[in-house]
Design a protein around this ligand. Structure first.
Ligand code: A2P
Length: 348
């Protein structure tokens, strides 16, 4: 490898971790060495990288000596425990879990929207929730055209967002049902095959799920606008890859469909697919494997002044997780932000 940086991927055997490795390879990230980390269960496992193999090592507190950048996607508990130790070793962490997202010390970044928030980071940068990332990519160009007052979003989220086990469970359930056998239910509280579950992450006291409140709070933090009100209903659907969202956006002043389309057309990372007469609109089967977020069905909300409806689809594993994390790492390298002033911040 020809780069400068030693890069670790924590959770390298998981759905997002594997995609992080693919994307580091595809984008030719300037790495001199890649270290694949996972639980002790996977130690010794081989993962393909640039025509060779990486041997997975167990993630430990001392895994980060001499590591410059670590991409974490090994669950919230693992990030909470290990990321502070990585920072202590001088390693900058980009964390895909929800553990650090609302911590004031940690920037929450979608590079196309708020790359500037990386300046002054203290060692941990949080990668937002997958559904939030694709939604703010669509909201950001619109709010430049007209300030946003309120967002009402319903999601249709793929099982890969839960991890590899859920991909396997949907696949197994479909096969069993086609063979007239009783499907096993283990990852979700109910069968996901041929079903929809209005339940992602745990229920909170206010009746929302934690996933729904992530969309509310993270949107405000990323867009740096406490005035934007967001209400979400998040739903798991039997799709393998690609989250879809029906998004209703109310603005402070009128925004025409043509002006919204023009703003989205120009936006980095967004592709408008909106020609209903030709049956062209975004769908998860087309978005899977792509880097961009796709927006279609752009229309006036006829029930509300100054509001538009959109349909937003993105690959939850790529832009919703692994790609966004690698793009953050690229910004850190580009802007010379790979050093940490106070390595003890998260251990105090
Ligand atoms: P492993 O494969 O060894 O269990 P997914 O989100 O697809 O389920 O993947 C989760 C990732 O997080 C996997 O790479 C998994 O490793 C890793 N992981 C889970 N728990 C731990 C842990 N306690 N320590 C290190 N890695 C972990």
């Amino acid at each position: 490898m020809s780069g400068t940086y030693t890069v670790a991927v924590a959770g390298a055997t998981g759905a997002v971790g594997r995609e992080m490795l693919n994307i580091l390879e595809e984008r030719n990230f300037p790495a001199s060495k890649i270290i694949a980390l996972a639980s002790s269960r996977s130690a010794g496992m081989k993962l393909p990288f640039k025509g060779a193999e990486l041997t997975v090592a167990e993630l430990r507190e001392d895994s980060f000596q001499c590591v410059d950048l670590a991409l974490f996607s090994a669950g919230g508990g693992t990030s909470e425990k290990f990321a502070p130790h990585a920072v202590k070793c001088g390693c900058v962490v980009v964390d895909n879990s929800s553990a650090w997202r609302m911590d004031d010390r940690c920037p929450l970044v979608v590079p196309e929207v708020n790359a500037h928030a990386l300046a002054g980071h203290r060692g941990i940068i949080a990668n937002p929730n997958c559904s939030t990332i694709q939604m703010v990519l669509a909201l950001h160009p619109l709010r430049k055209a007209a300030p946003i007052r309120r967002v009402v979003v319903s999601t249709y989220q793929a099982v890969s967002g839960t991890g590899q086990k859920a991909v396997e469970e949907l696949d197994r359930q479909i096969r069993r049902m086609f063979n007239m056998e009783e499907p096993e239910v283990s990852v979700y509280p109910h069968r996901i095959a041929f079903n929809c579950l209005p339940h992602i992450d745990v229920f909170l006291e206010n009746g929302y799920t934690k996933e729904e409140m992530k969309m509310t709070k993270e949107t405000v933090k990323i867009m740096e606008d406490p005035k934007i009100r967001v209400t979400a209903t998040t739903v798991r659907v039997p799709v393998f890859y690609g989250h879809s969202e029906a998004v209703n956006v109310e603005f402070e002043r009128p925004l025409s469909v043509a002006a919204a389309r023009a703003a989205l057309d120009k936006a980095e990372g967004v592709v408008v697919l909106d020609d209903p007469a030709r049956k062209i609109y975004p769908m998860p089967i087309d978005a899977a494997g792509k880097d961009e977020v796709f927006v279609g069905r752009i229309r006036q909300d006829e029930s509300c002044d100054n509001a538009l409806n959109l349909w937003v689809v993105g690959d939850n594993i790529r832009k919703g997780a692994a790609l966004n994390a690698v793009q953050i790492a690229e910004c850190l390298v580009r802007d010379g932000l790979t050093r940490i002033a106070d390595k003890g911040t998260f251990l105090r």
